[in-house]
Design a protein around this ligand. Structure first.
Ligand code: NAP
Length: 301
């Protein structure tokens, strides 16, 4: 079997196109330009790359982007004060504080200070609680990306056995909630799970969000399963450069899975597209307008 490769780049471009259309319509009909504020503390090279792409794509989708770069030494009080100003700024509809933050800052405190209506990362306790209780929420972008990508090849997830490896607050746990909402039967695995390969072999849908390069091997995958690889791991590459691999051993997986996301070019670009979609949703909600839907076409192959 050779897996269908789920082209996250192309699907993300399509979603960004829909978001841009909605954004332009809001500007034309309501004089409302969705605004995304991105806060970056310090000089983490990976964070700088992510923030750069988010800012560029927000502008490319017809939004305003507000970049706030703060030194590594910024105090927690100053960062909280900035979040407070962004909360009350009417041209800012989405606020994203890029994680990780330096050790002297309590990231949970910062995230909890973001107005839940502007929390486009969906990490605040309010949005996490609303998602868990089935209320309309701003949903974390990476789990949302995973479900949208899975549904491009499995139009309905109802009744499917899903295994999520990883239980972080930003990926694993919200992904479980989204899968439950799709009526999948969900198992969440983590570092203390016994016989992980055997657990994975039961999965029609396998999501790997671990942060361990190529941990999921081909023989862990049920033939024909849909595999969504969230991992972003940097390994030393040729000529002193680094290369990025996922949590799934791609070449092995492609002979076992029915469909598979590549790394890079899978979940990563889709996560940014979902962030832009959340910013438009937040702008509409703050203006008292109905939330737009950004339905993507589904394939059944
Ligand atoms: P995290 O907070 O470090 O969580 C990792 C999870 O993996 C934990 O629940 C941990 O279990 C589990 N784990 C670790 N070793 C394991 C093992 N040997 N067997 C089974 N489970 C194991 O990581 P995260 O923030 O969720 O991110 C996970 C990966 O996704 C990283 O590579 C990250 O870079 C990537 N990521 C990508 C995107 C994107 O846009 N594509 C976005 C976010 C994250 P315990 O809870 O027991 O410790």
């Amino acid at each position: 079997m050779t897996a269908k490769i789920i082209d996250g780049k192309a699907i993300a471009a399509e979603l960004r196109g829909r978001v841009a259309d909605a954004s332009h319509r809001l500007a034309r009909d309501r004089s409302l330009v969705p605004g995304l504020a991105v806060v970056l503390v310090g000089n983490n090279p990976a964070s700088e790359v992510y923030v750069g792409s988010k800012t560029k794509m927000a502008v490319g989708s017809g939004m305003r982007s507000f970049d706030h770069r703060l030194p590594e030494t910024v105090s927690e009080a100053d960062l909280l004060a900035l979040v407070g100003r962004l909360n009350s700024d009417p041209v800012v509809h989405g606020i994203l504080v890029q994680l990780p933050l330096p050790a002297h800052i309590d990231a949970q405190k910062i995230v909890a200070a973001i107005d839940p209506r502007k929390d486009v990362d969906g990490f605040s306790p309010t949005n996490a609680g609303m998602l868990t209780t089935g209320l309309p929420a701003l949903v974390p972008c990476t789990p949302l990306a995973c479900v949208i990508l899975a549904k491009t090849v499995r139009p309905t997830l109802e009744g499917l056995e899903a295994v999520v490896i990883g239980r972080s607050n930003i990926v694993g746990k919200p992904l479980v909630q989204l899968l439950l909402a799709e009526n999948a039967t969900v198992t969440i695995a983590h570092s203390k799970t016994r016989d992980l390969p055997d657990v994975c072999r039961g999965a029609d849908l396998l999501f790997a969000a671990v942060g361990r390069p190529e941990m999921v091997r081909g023989h862990w995958i049920k033939p024909g399963a849909t595999v969504i690889d969230v991992g972003i791991n940097r390994l030393p590459g040729e000529g002193g450069k680094s290369r990025i691999v996922g949590d799934v051993a791609f070449e092995e997986a492609r002979t076992a899975a029915g469909a598979l996301t590549p790394v890079p070019g899978g979940v990563g670009p889709m996560t940014i597209a979902c962030l832009l979609a959340n910013t438009v949703r937040a702008a509409c909600a703050l203006a008292g307008l109905p939330p737009p839907t950004f339905e993507l076409p589904k394939s059944s192959d």
